[in-house]
Structures are given as structure tokens and as C-alpha cells.
Design a binder for this molecule. Structure first.
Ligand code: AMP
Length: 129
């Protein structure tokens, strides 16, 4: 069965899209640690990030770097953190999280955003790409 992220890529499930290339896709995390929390994924459905073939892994890292730079410009923050978890969705992904303190990457503090706020944030990040 297709992963929830494959369904997002195929437009079967909505998302707040940030960026797309031939092989990669970025969208806002629906349960964000902070405003701008973004997921970068390969379109190929592989469970574990570290099982991606090297070419696609490198491509995803370059893609994530570009998105992170735009995120840093769009969202005031000390740093953009990169996390790899993968306990919930078995489709490789990188979390990009705007942070000001260590606790912002613990996945315990969550922010609630309206649809309009999600859309405005996605548009804002896109404007720096
Ligand atoms: P993990 O697999 O532990 O790295 O966590 C998966 C992440 O995907 C969590 O932060 C979820 O909030 C996020 N997530 C799950 N479903 C969706 C969705 N439909 N749209 C956006 N983000 C999602």
C-alpha cells in the first residue's frame, strides 16, 4: 500500500506544498514543532533514509539545503535544525525545524495553526526559493 507521503506526492491527500523537483518534494508538517516545520522527502518510496541509494540521498540533502535556506529567510529563528526520526511514517524524510532553543527539537512542544496560517507560511517559504 502506498505510504501517506506517496499519496501526498500523487495529490490524493492535500498538503501545504513548499517545493518540488523531479525526484524530491517538500511540504509543511501537519503537526509542527514550530511555524515552518517542513518535511523533505524523496518521491521514491523507501522506508529508511539511510537505505536510499547514494545519488538520491545526496539529491535529497541538496534539496533540503535549498529549502532550509529559504526557511531561514522566511521564519525568524536562531537556526534551522535537521532531524531524521521516521518512527511514524515509513517513507524516508528529513525534518527541517526552525529553532531558538534545544527544546524546539524535542517533538514535545507543538504549535497549532489554522489553514490560512499554514498556507501563508508555505507561500512565504516558497517566495525565497
Ligand atoms: P516520523 O516518521 O516519526 O519522522 O514523523 C512523521 C511526521 O510526519 C510527523 O511529524 C507528522 O506530524 C508528519 N505527518 C504525518 N502525516 C502527515 C500529513 N498528512 N501531512 C503532513 N505531515 C504529516
Amino acid at each position: 500500500m502506498a505510504s501517506i507521503f506517496t499519496k501526498i506526492i500523487n495529490n490524493e491527500i492535500p498538503c501545504y506544498k513548499v517545493a518540488e523537483t523531479e525526484n524530491c518534494f517538500a511540504f509543511l508538517d501537519i503537526n509542527p514543532n514550530a511555524e515552518g516545520h517542513t518535511l523533505c522527502i524523496p518521491k521514491q518510496e523507501v522506508d529508511n533514509l539511510f537505505d536510499l541509494d547514494t545519488k538520491l540521498y545526496n539529491e535529497l540533502m541538496m534539496f533540503s539545503k535549498k529549502v532550509a535556506k529559504a526557511l531561514k529567510k522566511a521564519i525568524p529563528c536562531e537556526r534551522v535544525a535537521m532531524s531524521v526520526i521516521g518512527l511514524e511514517v515509513p517513507h524516508a524524510h528529513v525534518h527541517l525545524i526552525p529553532i531558538n532553543e534545544m527544546k524546539d527539537v524535542t517533538f514535545r512542544n507543538k504549535v497549532t495553526l489554522s489553514k490560512n496560517e499554514f498556507q501563508d507560511i508555505a507561500n512565504n517559504i516558497k517566495s525565497y526559493l
